[in-house]
Ligand binder design. Structure first.
Ligand SMILES: Cc1ncc(COP(=O)(O)O)c(C=O)c1O
Length: 79
């Protein structure tokens, strides 16, 4: 699971500081970072530069359905 709020900044630091990735593009580093993740959350107020909001990415369809239902209940203050 990845906290992706700083995905771009962190990828830049990986490029600057890790020899293995010095010739990789930022996009390639981002793809490499997310490749193994089952889930990511993102406060989009950081690197995505929006005023408010965020997102959740879920790879597994069954888990996605559970997260979707829980999110509806949370937004309705039922859990
Ligand atoms: C890496 C990271 N994740 C999550 C958060 C929380 O974001 P929010 O303020 O939208 O709840 C922050 C806030 O600075 C952050 O830096």
């Amino acid at each position: 699971m990845i906290d992706a709020a700083r995905y771009a900044e962190n990828s830049y630091f990986v490029k600057q500081r890790e020899k293995e990735f010095k010739d990789s593009s930022i996009k390639e580093i981002i793809c490499e970072s997310f490749k193994e993740a089952d889930v990511f959350t993102m406060s989009a107020k950081k690197d995505a530069i929006v005023n408010m909001g965020g997102l959740i990415g879920v790879r597994d369809k069954a888990l996605f359905e559970k997260v979707k239902q829980a999110n509806i209940l949370i937004t309705q203050d039922k859990i």
